[in-house]
Design a protein around this ligand. Structure first.
Ligand SMILES: [Ca+2]
Length: 274
């Protein structure tokens, strides 16, 4: 498990670099990227949704962040850039409580409503960020959001596994592999130690074949891809703290409009291969 000490170094490095040169982009997050070799693999799951029909896909070599973008990293970006998120502009974000509800005053600094906060949660994934916010963060650092084929390849590799760690569902007892919700759809559950978000990298035994953390659970992750047949929606992957194991499968996709922000949705950035 990585903790605050491990994360303090990259966050401090990012802050130092950004404060030294606010116009700088690219370099500060390079050290958080892991190489993904690319290759041919089968996307989808014959036992999943209709939109998961298995098919062959090819991914070029690329790089992807080992962990989800944290509150600490997002704050560094906001301090340096002055960026204002979609939820701050609109004055509201969506909260999950077995169903989605729009709540005034929910934004990335108040992820679970106006009376919530992120004190002490610098190493938790940022939420209440829209797909547009996520793309702007990545671009600031010279990075980009992953396409959904890249995301799925990074999560499962080439052997067709259902979850990043293999085919076994995430355990409730013994080795914990992900932060997720109730086994029966779909409420938050603290049996894995976390009712909502967990510090990134809290479940190293759930790492993907390429060493990426939290590709299942913790928060959904925005991609750069439109939902098949629903071009007005952006694909999210990975499931989150309020989902059951079915939604944590590497091939499961969800779609949302690009301008809304939710308390179970974050992101990580990717980049082309060096
Ligand atoms: Ca949980």
């Amino acid at each position: 498990m990585i903790g605050a000490r491990t994360l303090l170094i990259p966050i401090a490095a990012a802050l130092a670099l950004l404060s030294a040169d606010p116009a700088r982009s690219g370099a500060p997050l390079e050290h958080l990227l892991l190489p993904i070799p690319g290759g041919r693999f089968t996307m989808g799951d014959a036992d999943g949704e209709a939109n998961e029909a298995p098919h062959s896909a090819v991914v070029r070599p690329f790089r992807m962040m080992r962990h989800e973008v944290t509150n600490g990293l997002f704050r560094a970006f906001v301090v340096a850039s002055g960026y204002v998120t979609d939820a701050e502009r609109s004055g509201s974000g969506y909260l999950w409580d077995g169903r989605w509800g729009r709540v005034e005053g929910a934004d990335w600094r108040h992820p679970f409503g106006p009376r919530s906060g992120i004190a002490g949660a610098d190493d938790h994934p940022v939420v209440q960020v829209s797909a547009r916010d996520a793309a702007r963060f990545c671009a600031w650092f010279g990075l980009r959001l992953p396409g959904e084929a890249e995301w799925e390849f990074a999560a499962r590799g080439t052997d067709g596994r259902r979850y990043p760690w293999g085919n076994a569902p995430p355990e409730r007892e013994g080795t914990r592999r992900a932060n997720f919700g109730t086994v029966a759809c779909c409420a938050p559950d603290a049996s894995d130690g976390y009712l909502r978000t967990a510090p990134v990298g809290s479940f190293p035994s759930g790492a993907s074949p390429f060493g990426l953390w939290d590709m299942a659970g913790n928060v959904w992750e925005w991609t750069a891809s439109a939902f098949p047949g629903r071009p007005e929606e952006v694909v999210l992957r990975g499931g989150g703290w309020g989902n059951n194991p079915y939604c944590l499968r590497t091939s499961y996709r969800h779609g949302n409009p690009p301008h809304i922000a939710l308390d179970m949705v974050g992101f990580r950035c990717a980049a082309d291969a060096e």
